[in-house]
Design a protein around this ligand. Structure first.
Ligand SMILES: *[C@@H]1O[C@H](CO)[C@@H](O)[C@H](O)[C@H]1NC(C)=O
Ligand SMILES: *[C@@H]1O[C@H](CO)[C@@H](O)[C@H](O)[C@H]1NC(C)=O
Ligand SMILES: *[C@@H]1O[C@H](CO)[C@@H](O)[C@H](O)[C@H]1NC(C)=O
Ligand SMILES: *[C@@H]1O[C@H](CO)[C@@H](O)[C@H](O)[C@H]1NC(C)=O
Ligand SMILES: *[C@@H]1O[C@H](CO)[C@@H](O)[C@H](O)[C@H]1NC(C)=O
Length: 523
């Protein structure tokens, strides 16, 4: 997720680079403004990450399943939901494992079908592995554009109904047997947003979903996601957190002082910028790189570590700026990092044009290439998770006070003007999610697996604010925390499992064990 999944400057630059290739024809200034606009959207549009850097060499066949546009009112329209199948381990009588693709193209999930959790579980049980694309993502797009009205069928209720319909009715090509649920045991798996979906599927459709694993499932929707950064603050190297706290406090103070407000913006290479948060939201972008860490070196991002190196170590030295005020080394180093991006703004453009969020038209293209609109819409309507500082000043903050819920959620009104049939609420209806169980979500044969230092743990059943974070871990209701893990660390795997770190081998072995136990009870 979310997420977010978090994009950060490194990814933004990657994204910008790929954008350059597609649109090599347009003039350089327009090109840079486009890149920066995408970068800005990514910074605002916290999405859960996709582990797609490790490519699969295997090709799996893909299929379509016909779904109604609306499960609750007949519109007469249908669309094709894409899924991929791994039948290499399947033997008659085996279960089906379905991995929910969540908020991205399901092709990003192919490694999980090949060497990750789906293959691991299928291999242990003669099972069939399936990865299922979520409506509106990838090629499973039921509409012609992403206007507010066209997005109104993108919600939890429709997605739950899609999966239930799929499990009850799919006929697998080349398999001459009825593998539908509940005749065949289906085990549902998801990570992050899809992890919450997995838990929801088990609770809402216990007769169809025989077992479910929610990995880093963000089961508690929230307006403020302040704990996300608090987890990073406590898990990151102490010097790095200290440098961010120092810089953030200093920049907030300089911005709050009318005599230095415009000078500090110049110091960060954004002279004349209107909104203070349009500067300080760059800092959260850097911190969000924590989420891109992974135990697999081929998937891992070094960006957080590189940022920490660039932030240097705490020092009492004060440095005189060209703008005529003094800053700590932390703030100086932060400006040096941010200047790499801010210096890309063309001389003929204003800082607001390059980095501002005031112009609604930046958010109002609705053609099908604007895929950032999808998870953002879910955030704005049902999930929340807006960046904001801690609720109490006694909690040290790495996040600027200017990046609050009002700032982080204003895109919801800017990007989705009221349609004829649908209006995005002032704040998301998080009760739509939390009424299913929230932090307390539990069911027999629902496994909850979280990461110890996952920033999204704030919204998971193991959250430090969850009232049921210390429940027992039993075979029927597994409740496990992977040590030192960030986001859904059990989802990926290596072709040679013996090369995985011990904690990853251990969680995979535990998942195989409890799933086998569940299957032994299937009647
Ligand atoms: C699945 O449906 C899409 C349209 O939604 C179509 O382009 C594609 O060819 C179909 N694939 C198969 C395998 O039928
Ligand atoms: C979006 O698609 C709908 C349905 O196909 C169509 O009626 C509407 O005019 C489109 N709007 C835009 C802005 O493309
Ligand atoms: C960042 O770039 C701006 C514009 O070039 C410059 O004025 C400022 O001093 C730079 N800041 C640092 C820390 O180098
Ligand atoms: C500031 O931090 C940088 C990066 O760690 C370091 O190279 C430099 O010596 C420090 N300068 C001062 C004055 O502390
Ligand atoms: C943290 O910073 C202090 C200086 O404030 C330095 O002595 C120490 O080596 C640093 N620790 C690490 C792990 O870099």
């Amino acid at each position: 997720m979310a997420s977010s999944f978090t994009m950060n400057l490194g990814n933004l630059l990657l994204l910008a680079a790929s954008f350059v290739c597609v649109s090599a024809q347009i003039n350089p200034t327009v090109q840079i403004l486009n890149d920066l606009r995408l970068a800005r959207l990514d910074r605002l549009n916290r999405i859960t990450p996709t582990i797609s850097k490790r490519q699969t060499t295997t090709t799996f066949p893909s299929f379509n399943f016909t779904q109604p546009l609306d499960h609750f009112t007949d519109t007469g329209f249908t669309w094709n939901q894409r899924y991929f199948v791994n039948s290499r381990h399947y033997k008659p009588g085996g279960p089906v494992f379905v991995l929910d693709g969540g908020e991205t193209s399901v092709t990003d999930r192919l490694p999980y079908l090949d060497t990750g959790i789906v293959d691991i579980l299928a291999s242990a049980t003669n099972g069939l592995g399936v990865i299922l694309e979520h409506r509106y993502y990838g090629v499973s797009v039921p509409v012609q554009n992403f206007t507010t009205d066209s997005l109104r069928w993108l919600n939890n209720e429709q997605a739950v109904a899609d999966s239930a319909n799929f499990m009850q009715n799919v006929q697998f090509d080349g398999i001459d047997a009825d593998l539908t649920a509940p005749k065949t045991p289906w085990i549902y798996y998801g990570g992050s947003y899809a992890g919450a979906r997995s838990a929801h599927m088990k609770v809402l459709h216990p007769d169809i979903v025989y077992g479910a694993i929610a990995s880093s499932g963000v089961v508690e929707a929230a307006i403020s996601n302040w704990g996300y950064y608090d987890i990073i603050r406590r898990a990151a190297p102490a010097n790095c957190s200290a440098q961010f706290i120092t810089a953030q406090k200093e920049v907030d103070a300089l911005l709050s002082d009318p005599t230095t407000n415009s000078k500090v913006k110049s110091f960060f290479g954004m002279p004349g910028l209107t909104l203070d948060a349009d500067l300080t939201s760059f800092f959260s972008g850097l911190l969000g790189a924590w989420q891109e860490k992974n135990w697999d070196p081929a998937v891992n991002s070094d960006e957080f570590a590189n940022t920490c190196t660039a932030m240097g170590n705490p020092s009492t030295a004060k440095i005189q700026t060209f703008q005529g005020f003094t800053v700590s080394n932390a703030t100086w180093n932060l400006a040096t990092i941010i200047n790499k991006t801010s210096s890309r703004c063309p001389a003929t453009s204003t800082s607001d044009e390059c980095f501002g969020t005031l112009d609604d038209s930046d958010f109002q293209e609705t053609d099908l290439s604007q895929t950032w609109r999808l998870w953002q819409f879910q955030v704005c309507t049902q999930w929340g998770f807006f960046d904001s500082p801690p609720p109490s000043s006694s909690i040290p903050s790495m996040l600027s006070k200017f990046v609050d819920v009002a700032y982080s959620s204003k895109i919801c009104q800017q990007a989705y003007p009221p349609g004829q049939f649908f209006q995005v609420p002032a704040l998301p209806n998080i009760e739509d999610v939390n009424k299913i169980g929230g932090f307390k979500i539990a069911h027999d044969r629902l496994a909850i697996i979280d990461g110890e230092v996952d920033p999204w743990r704030f919204d998971c059943a193991h959250s430090f604010i969850s009232p049921s974070a210390s429940r027992p871990d039993t075979p029927l209701r597994p409740f496990k925390l992977i040590p030192d893990a960030v986001h859904h660390y059990d989802e990926n795997g290596l072709a040679d499992h013996s090369q995985e770190p011990p904690a990853i081998q251990a969680i995979h072995a535990q998942e195989v064990e409890f799933v086998k136990g569940w299957l032994a009870d299937f009647k």
